[in-house]
Design a protein around this ligand. Sequence first.
Ligand code: NAD
Ligand code: IPM
Ligand code: MN
Length: 351
Amino acid sequence: MTYDIATIPGDGIGQTVVEAALPVLREAGDVYGFEFDVTAYDWGTERYREEGAMMPDDALEQLEPRDAILLGAVGHPDVPDHVTLHGLLLPIRKAFNQYVCKRPTVLYEGVESPLRGYDGGDIDFVVYRENTEGEYADIGGREHRGFDNDVAIQSALFTRQGVERIVRQAFRAASRRRGKLTNVTKSNAQAYGMVLWDDIVEEVATEFPDVTVERLLVDAASMDLVRRPEEFDVLVASNLFGDILTDIGAVISGSMGLAPSANVNPEGEYPSLFEPVHGSAPDIVGREIANPLATVLSGAMLLEHVGEPEAAAGVRDAVRAQLAAPAAPRTPDLGGEASTFEVARDVEARL
Ligand code: NAD
Ligand code: IPM
Ligand code: MN
């Protein structure tokens, strides 16, 4: 079996972590008996500065036939983020209907959480983030009305279809896991979209009598992720709230450099995109100290998605074993001195 994979390393440490993680996935192929046909796309901010666009006009046509996409990160300190992100990552998520953004948080053995009293295995939840509409709908405008009179409107879009499909996926996940779903909204302040969202959660809940539903406002949820993370199983949230909650998830499980993510089109009508939760990290770029494990674990999610669950488990086990081994190489975010490539090569060897 050969899988047709697109890579978009993108900007900053995105390039380093994808370069480091790819050999791990190829090695998984050797061990578990499949191959990758990789097409690397040099789309990103450098291209934008030379040619005026983050990606070519036919980018989506080029990506569409692929089995999956592995992306590093997008964003450069010299170009406004709304230009780069609306020019590359966000249009792919939307065009390919990747409405499920699945972001697991696992505290691995051997990794220190900044939360006191939590050890490996104590934290294990997954956020189902709505990924195509909500606060990222790109509806609004800005007007300069002279003097100090600027006005900007940024609307959030919630459709029944859009909410129902992510909520149903989250319920399915909860029923396969520990049977608990936390619905995170802000329906005390946002009485339209968030109330529609809450109503739909209540409706869909009737299809899943085995799942217990908890309701939290996003401010309290942020607090509780820090205060009692062990009690969460599956969380479902809008695009923006899911974004914020998953940075909290990353840091309480030890590092931004450990958190993977899958942007999935569950129907398989379009390719899904796998990427670390983190960004291009301009503060550490060019030093080869970025932790590659978030990207390696995103690669494991890719393997699972294309139909290689054993290889996915193999990669996860190799990462788990590395993190649990006191003498194994670690990048500085985990208190070590190893480079991005040393860490990735060590995972590869453990496969
Ligand atoms: P960031 O995730 O890039 O960095 C936040 C902090 O985490 C930094 O201190 C960074 O050094 C650290 N960090 C991140 N990844 C790490 C890794 N693999 N190993 C070790 N440390 C790591 O967030 P930011 O600084 O807010 O954003 C930087 C740029 O990235 C911005 O342009 C932003 O828009 C973009 N961004 C892109 C994505 C994406 O492409 N999916 C995600 C988030 C941010
Ligand atoms: C993420 C990022 C993106 C998001 C940004 C860069 C647009 O923060 O993938 O978490 O908000 O989705
Ligand atoms: Mn984010």
